[in-house]
Design a protein around this ligand. Sequence first.
Ligand SMILES: NC(=O)c1ccc[n+]([C@@H]2O[C@H](COP(=O)([O-])OP(=O)(O)OC[C@H]3O[C@@H](n4cnc5c(N)ncnc54)[C@H](OP(=O)(O)O)[C@@H]3O)[C@@H](O)[C@H]2O)c1
Length: 223
Amino acid sequence: MTDNAGNIVTVAVLGGTGKEGSGLAARWALNGYRVIIGSRDAEKAKAKAAELNGILGGEYLVGADNVTAATQGDLVVLTVPYGAHKDTLLGVKDQLSGKVLVDVTVPLVPPKVRTVQLPDGKSAAQEAQALLGETVRVVSAFQNVSSEKMVDPSVTVDCDVLVTGDDADAKADVIRLVEASGMRGVDAGPLANAIVAESLTPVLLYINKKYGAHGSGIRITGI
Ligand SMILES: NC(=O)c1ccc[n+]([C@@H]2O[C@H](COP(=O)([O-])OP(=O)(O)OC[C@H]3O[C@@H](n4cnc5c(N)ncnc54)[C@H](OP(=O)(O)O)[C@@H]3O)[C@@H](O)[C@H]2O)c1
């Protein structure tokens, strides 16, 4: 994937060593993005990148510590548990200035992860925007995509992705990222609407348990 000047777009996935981030990272790497797996521990990131390269059959991804990854990323994706959301963002705040941050975080509060429990800031994405300030364009996406469905990068995930944010160009960048992961991105309005995508995830977790499903998802009909 190239930008308007023809340069390959670099995506940094902070917490990309984990379940959600690594599933997305592999798909982006296969579909034309340069991808950096970020971690608190550079060696752990390099090991995950090597593991994914082994699965993909090529030198697709590299690993680095989160600060280096955020420095090099044109688009920076955050995939850490809600408990690590604030500290991870504070650790890369300077590196994010002028960039797009894609927040994948769901504010789950264990042990009641099947109940909607919104943070005081209303949504994790809005908290991120408040914490990072106006120089960072926060876009919220992928909250309803189960990592279980992304384990095999050759399998298409049966889920739409609600994309919310206050900057139209940033949302367009992220919708391209969604398409590169093999899903349909749906512009779902301003960042304030992230509250809905974040709230749907505990509902899906409830549905998974109730119906014995492994990674239920969502579809928007009528468009
Ligand atoms: N799993 C899913 O199906 C799914 C679906 C939709 C959305 N999400 C959301 O995506 C985010 C990541 O989910 P996940 O399942 O990928 O999580 P995870 O595998 O438990 O953790 C992801 C990464 O976050 C970092 N991390 C974990 N605990 C941390 C801590 N206390 N402080 C700082 N970093 C920490 C770790 O990276 P390092 O140790 O390498 O730094 C870890 O590999 C969550 O907000 C989740 O709600 C997940």
